[in-house]
Design a protein around this ligand. Structure first.
Ligand code: ZN
Ligand code: ZN
Length: 362
């Protein structure tokens, strides 16, 4: 069985639990995950025995090249639901599930009109739960992306200096990562210096980096469709004792969470380990987001390591980020983000090639 057939079978095994006899997959990263199709327009219909990939005429050749699965027919049509109805592709189905979190109201209406004799059931998180557990091959792609990120960071540390703008640095990050083999960025590169560091998602601006500032750099690289997502914070000129102490605190939160991480624990348990360290030091209120998130074909996947999903179990095999941060308004920000692969007894750090002690540039 290929990886794709295994994934499709894993999804079919969920049908009974949700009392559906077919499933409609509309989220493009999920379409790619299940079939290998990399186009930007597509939908998959799965019954217990058949599969149908619907795309449009722009992708006829590409779909035929990329999707070679038994029992997966490729259709290039404009009006997918009209076509499904006219060809009776779901004739035997009584209840068809669809991805409620990834289907617009208008699409759901179209679906219901086409499948008038059949129940349409919005389901959340089915494909996500299969996607989040990674095979060794998938992890290898993320490992490669993380290795590119580490080499890119090494380059940035060598060339960055006071006077360069955040945009200059972002451009170097993107250029070097691509030169080293990254397929794309995943998200807009974050470079946030000085007081802008207090913005957890500060896009690179035209502000120049200056002596005495901390700079937070957060960027993604992609290999074979899988992303890394790494953050490092460095100092421009000799940091103050306060900056060093705050950095050491965030690093401890990062390291303690990684030391404790293993498959089987809850998201809440893991989040609390880092949060308690920052809380005890009096900075808990400045850690304004969850500890991390799943990582794969999308930069943000399930699970979500935060108190909002405290009871969710972190299964063995997930790849997640560990990214504690402290953001002091009008002062500075520090975040240190790694990518880890959970095993039953611990984890493998995929971003270990990028140094984590406070690097100082001139
Ligand atoms: Zn990040
Ligand atoms: Zn992240």
């Amino acid at each position: 069985m290929t990886a794709y057939t295994q994934r499709i079978e894993a999804l079919r095994n969920e049908f009974e639990k949700h009392k559906i006899d077919a499933f409609c997959i509309t989220h493009i990263p999920h379409v790619a995950y299940l079939t290998g199709f990399s186009g930007s327009s597509g939908m998959v219909i799965l019954t217990a025995t058949e599969g149908h990939l619907l795309t449009d005429a722009r992708y006829t050749a590409q779909a035929q090249q990329e999707v070679m699965l038994p029992n997966m027919a490729i259709h290039t049509e404009r009006d997918w639901w009209g076509y499904i109805k006219s060809k009776n592709l779901l004739s035997g189905a009584k209840c068809v599930g669809f991805e409620a979190a990834h289907t617009s109201v208008a699409s759901a209406e179209q679906m219901k009109r086409a499948l008038e004799d059949c129940e349409c059931k919005g389901i959340v998180g089915v494909v996500e739960r299969i996607v989040m557990v990674k095979t060794p091959e998938e992890v290898e792609h993320i490992r490669c992306a993380a290795a590119i990120a580490a080499r890119t960071y090494e380059h940035i540390i060598q060339i960055a200096k006071a006077g360069m703008t955040e945009q200059d640095i972002a451009a170097e990050v993107v250029y070097m990562a691509r030169k080293l083999g990254s397929e794309s960025e995943g998200f807009e590169t974050i470079v946030a210096s000085g007081i802008r560091g207090a913005l957890p998602h500060g896009r690179a601006s035209h502000k120049a980096i200056r002596h005495g500032e901390l700079v937070t750099l957060d960027f993604g690289c992609r290999v074979h469709g899988f992303y890394s997502d790494m953050t490092r914070t460095f100092a421009v000129g000799e940091p103050t004792a306060f900056q060093r102490a705050l950095y050491a605190l965030v690093l401890t939160a990062n390291e303690q969470a990684i030391a404790a991480a293993r498959g089987g624990m809850t998201c809440g348990e893991l989040d609390t380990i880092a949060r308690n360290i920052l809380d005890t030091a009096g900075y808990g209120q400045y850690f304004v987001h969850g500890l991390g998130h799943g990582l794969g074909r999308e930069v943000h996947e399930k699970p979500s390591i935060s108190y909002r999903f405290a009871e969710d179990i972190l299964p063995e095999g997930v790849v997640i980020t560990i990214e504690p941060g402290v953001y002091l308004p009008e002062q500075c920000g520090i975040r240190i983000e790694d990518n880890i692969w959970l095993t039953s007894t611990g984890c493998e750090v995929l971003t270990s090639a990028a140094p984590k002690h406070l690097l100082v540039i001139e």
